[in-house]
Structure formats: structure tokens, C-alpha cells
Design a protein around this ligand. Structure first.
Ligand SMILES: Nc1ncnc2c1ncn2[C@@H]1O[C@H](COP(=O)(O)OP(=O)(O)OP(=O)(O)O)[C@@H](O)[C@H]1O
Ligand SMILES: [Mg+2]
Length: 284
């Protein structure tokens, strides 16, 4: 598979605050493959948003390099190409909605990119269908639920036809139903359209659905693998201030007590099966 985003020894510090310049990214080496679904987890302030902002040149490295589709993000002449390749979705949908009608909002970015009007119409309809909001195209965004607004914001990014979308805690402000709808939308974009997804989240259950999970701590990558592999490293995750999903935690505690259960039974079903197998083996 082709690499779409690559960070090489990425270092970053924000401009000096009261004479100190804390290192926020401290040597991040990552390769994100085109078409993959990658989740990023980490404690508050570990640098997730800062890393995300490097993926479409909102921030530029203090040291090292970021490549987007082979383009150095520090190359000013290619900024538009970088921004067309990687779209960003943020936490608060209210800050991302700019128009008074849903379809106008989705049309905003492609209009600014100079896409011809006939093609805009098609892109807007297509993007709204992709996030399952087409039936709301003539509605007022401010009357929609949080989850619906966030899906409109995602449509606005999709209308630019990016090959990758980076979502920085897109469900943090949503109720459980909105969270589920947004996550389903993200997964559909990845599976059915092959859009590369980088999802920054605090929710274990969302991270567990990705194909690859990256854990950050203090500006570094401290774990990287499939969710099953990463969540199995229970002690390491505890050390960086993270909990693990309830399923893994339960199995880990059973293992501490000497029971022979696998740590990678991540879904509720797999965990239930592991407990069933344990009881069977003990003749219960
Ligand atoms: N604009 C800024 N100026 C100075 N320092 C900043 C700025 N933005 C973030 N920081 C600091 O950089 C560090 C990393 O912040 P960042 O927002 O990347 O973390 P995060 O992992 O996204 O956290 P959270 O989980 O709270 O969203 C923190 O110590 C934060 O205080
Ligand atoms: Mg953040």
C-alpha cells in the first residue's frame, strides 16, 4: 500500500511562553497507509491535536519533516495540494458551519477551491448522501442535532474530495446517538470510498474499531499496532495514564488472579466467549 502521510523525526514547540518552549512533539516517526483507518489515543495534552495539525500544514515542523502524498508540507508552493489531499474535521461542529442552509454550507469549500458550479451541485449531493444527510439539504444547520451538524461538517470536507480525512475528537461534544452516527459515517467513508481516516479520540470503543491504533504520550508514539495488540499492553497503557476497554480490563484482572484467559478478546462477544471457555474448562 502507498504511504499518504509520513512524519520523519517530527519535532514541534509552540512559540515561547514566558521564556520556556516546552517540546510538544518529540521525534514522531509515522507512516500512514492510503486507505487505512488509524485511531490516535493519548492523555490530555500529549500532543494529538498538534500532530493532527501537521497533517495538513496548519502547523509546520520545528524540526524534522512531514510529507503528504510525497509533498513536503513546508513547501509553500504546494500548500493547496496538501490541503486538497488531507481534510480536517474538528471537535465543535458549530465552529465549522458557515452558511444558513445545509447544502450551501457543504458547497462553501469547493466554491472557494474554484470548482465549476455544475460539478459543485454534484459534489454537494454526493457528499450529503455519503454522510446520510441528503434529506436535510434544505434545512437550517443550527436546528440540527450535534451529530447531524458534525455529519454536515464532514460532508463539507468530503465535497473537497480529499484522499484522507483527519478528525480531531469529532464526537467529543455529541450525545451517544450522535457519536454512533458519526462513527458509522467515518467507517463507511473508509470502507466504501477508500478514504484514509485518522481519528483522534478519547473513546476506547471508537479506537477499538480502527484497523490500527497509535498511542501517544508526552509528544512521542509509545504504542502502535492493531487495537487487539495495543490494548493487550495493559500495564504500559496504565503507565501513560490510559485505561483499557472494560473487556480487556476484566480479562487482565482475571489473569492477575491466575486464570488462563486471552487478553485480546476485545469485543463484548469475544470476551463473553473467553469467559464461557474458561467456565467450560473448569467444568462449571
Ligand atoms: N497554541 C498553543 N500555544 C502554546 N501551547 C499550546 C498551544 N496549543 C497547545 N499547546 C500545548 O501543547 C501541548 C499539547 O497540546 P495538544 O492540544 O496537541 O494536546 P492534545 O493531546 O490534543 O490534548 P487534548 O486531549 O486535551 O485535546 C499541551 O501542553 C498544550 O498546553
Ligand atoms: Mg486535542
Amino acid at each position: 500500500m502507498e504511504t499518504i502521510i509520513k512524519t520523519e523525526d517530527l519535532h514541534f514547540s509552540y512559540p515561547a511562553v514566558e521564556g520556556t518552549t516546552p517540546v510538544v512533539l518529540d521525534g514522531v516517526d509515522l507512516e500512514i497507509q492510503e486507505g487505512s483507518f488509524v485511531a490516535v489515543l493519548g492523555h490530555n495534552g500529549c500532543g494529538k491535536s498538534t500532530l493532527a495539525k501537521h497533517m495538513n500544514a496548519i502547523l509546520l515542523p520545528s524540526g524534522g519533516t512531514v510529507w503528504v502524498d510525497g509533498i513536503n508540507t513546508a513547501d509553500e508552493d504546494r500548500l493547496l495540494d496538501v490541503r486538497r489531499t488531507v481534510g480536517m474535521v474538528f471537535q465543535n461542529p458549530d465552529n465549522q458551519i458557515v452558511a444558513n442552509v445545509v447544502e450551501e454550507d457543504v458547497a462553501f469549500a469547493p466554491e472557494n477551491l474554484g470548482v465549476p458550479p455544475a460539478e459543485i451541485r454534484q459534489r454537494v449531493d454526493d457528499a450529503l448522501k455519503a454522510v446520510n444527510m441528503y434529506q436535510f439539504r434544505e434545512h437550517a444547520p443550527h436546528l440540527l442535532s450535534g451529530g447531524q451538524k458534525q455529519r454536515v461538517a464532514i460532508a463539507g470536507v468530503i465535497a473537497m474530495r480529499p484522499r484522507c480525512i483527519v478528525l480531531d475528537e469529532p464526537t467529543a461534544m455529541l450525545d451517544p446517538i450522535g457519536r454512533k452516527d458519526v462513527l458509522r459515517t467515518i467507517k463507511t467513508l473508509n470502507r466504501e470510498r477508500g478514504v484514509t481516516v485518522v481519528l483522534i479520540t478519547h473513546h476506547m470503543d471508537e479506537a477499538a474499531q480502527a484497523g490500527r491504533l497509535i498511542v501517544m504520550s508526552k509528544g512521542r508514539v509509545v504504542a502502535d499496532g492493531t487495537p487487539k495488540e495495543v490494548f493487550s499492553q495493559v500495564e504500559e497503557l496504565h503507565q501513560v495514564g490510559l485505561t483499557v476497554p472494560h473487556t480487556t480490563q476484566l480479562l487482565w484482572e482475571l489473569r492477575q488472579e491466575g486464570f488462563d484467559v486471552p487478553l485480546d478478546a476485545l469485543s463484548d462477544e469475544e470476551c463473553a466467549q473467553a469467559l464461557y471457555n474458561l467456565l467450560q474448562a473448569r467444568g462449571a
